[in-house]
Design a protein around this ligand. Structure first.
Ligand code: CA
Length: 411
């Protein structure tokens, strides 16, 4: 699809706006005066009510939006994604339809954002070499920080789809078993509650059981990208994860941002991923393929202070390789499948996407500008993750934010 970003919207947005015509992310919302869920597209400081706009101007796709979630759009596949995106751009640039569209623009502050789609299956990966190396150094000092399989396959686990929650949902401090430093096994609220700054990839087009999705079919299946915070209780996780991997230490909540940025908006953000050594097996070898590294720059804020700026472009495995690996055994995809990239950490201290790395397992507390100190999260702490990426012709693509506040463990 050809996208001319020189086109101007009658909204007369500044070219620097992160929600300009070049972005057009999708979400779901209600308002205080109208609690019917609707699909929206972010444009400037407004949300276009796409459910209402399609009913008036796009009858062939109207049914995709009547549910008020992205589920049907996700399932409709690439040609529908392209047609709808084209139509929205046309409406916002054509003065003749302005009288129809303008009344359907809702100030962003009035839109109460909901979970944008029904999460089918949820998988989380472990694809940042810097993150995996840091974790290895913390937990296995003196030995090779990366497990022997790490550079041969994108490691991951199947998580809990039902506890993926929209940005703004309070996170109740989880309780569970953990082992104290002197070896006693106890039960209680986690005292090592952490974040993991990640991107989430949203699957639209399903695949059939018994088939696999090749690297070059990535963009046929993946609709778009959101921000994801994989809340993690390190004490519960450390006690339970051998030998089967993460379980209750992560399944209590995973937060995602309200806006799904379409892959089509990220063309200018694509970059070559880092060189892989050893060369991956053929189904994962993207040396000759179109690159799917992404220059997405995240920011992690703790109580309003930036504590990290993780660079997604440093990720060792791309989302295309993760999808190829996820399906190489013939496991099928469903519309609404969500997979997390894994914690994003760069080589510098201020690029680490988790508190366990930022505080080096609690031994080197973060000191915030207000003088407060943190190793892990305290009740009342608010974490916000935001991100931007380069857009076409010098524009910037915004991802919005995923936020969550910790509340005390249930009594
Ligand atoms: Ca994770």
């Amino acid at each position: 699809m050809s996208e001319l970003t020189t086109e101007r919207s009658w909204l007369d947005l500044p070219a620097s706006h992160v929600f300009g015509l070049h972005n057009l992310p999708y979400g779901c919302f209600v308002t205080r005066s109208d609690d019917r869920p609707r699909v929206g597209v972010a444009i400037g400081d407004h949300v276009l009510d796409l459910t209402a706009a399609a009913a008036r101007l796009l009858p062939e796709y109207e049914q995709l939006f009547t549910q008020g979630s992205l589920d049907r759009l996700l399932a409709a596949g690439g040609s529908a994604w392209s047609s709808v995106r084209c139509a929205v751009r046309a409406w916002l640039t054509d003065d003749r339809v302005r009288p129809v569209i303008e009344p359907l623009l809702i100030p962003v502050a009035e839109a109460l954002m909901r979970l944008p789609f029904t999460v089918a299956d949820y998988v989380d990966f472990y694809a940042s070499e810097c993150h995996a190396t840091n974790i290895g150094r913390i937990f296995r000092p003196g030995s090779d920080p990366l497990p022997p399989n790490w550079k041969h396959l994108p490691l991951g686990y199947h998580g809990r789809a039902g506890t993926v929650v929209p940005s703004g949902t309070e996170v109740v401090r989880p309780c569970g078993q953990h082992q104290t430093p002197d070896g006693e096994v106890v039960f209680g609220p986690s005292t090592r509650l952490d974040i993991e700054a990640e991107l989430g990839f949203v699957v639209g087009t399903p695949s059939s059981l018994g088939t696999s999705v090749r690297l070059d079919a990535f963009s046929e299946h993946v609709f778009g990208v959101c921000l994801l915070n994989d809340w993690s209780a390190r004490d519960i996780q450390a006690w339970e994860y051998v030998p089967l991997g993460p379980f209750l230490g992560k399944s209590f909540a995973t937060s995602i941002s309200p806006w799904i940025v379409p892959l089509a908006a990220l063309d200018a953000a694509r970059v070559r991923p880092p060189t892989r050594d050893p060369q991956p097996l053929p189904y994962l070898d993207d040396t000759e393929a179109e690159p799917w590294g992404l220059d997405v720059r995240l920011e992690v804020l703790l109580n309003g202070h930036v504590v990290a700026r993780p660079p997604f472009r440093t990720m060792y495995w791309t989302a295309a390789q993760q999808l190829a690996h996820l399906t190489v055994n013939g496991a099928s995809l469903r519309s609404g499948d969500l997979y997390g990239s894994g914690t994003i950490s760069g080589p510098e201290r201020e690029q680490r996407g988790s508190l366990i790395e930022l505080s080096w397992n609690g031994t080197d507390p973060l000191v915030l500008p207000d003088g407060s100190r943190r190793t892990f999260l305290e009740d009342g702490d608010e974490v916000v993750i935001t991100a931007t990426a380069p857009g076409r012709q010098g524009t910037t693509v915004g991802f919005g934010a995923v936020r969550g506040t910790i509340v005390a463990a249930a009594g």
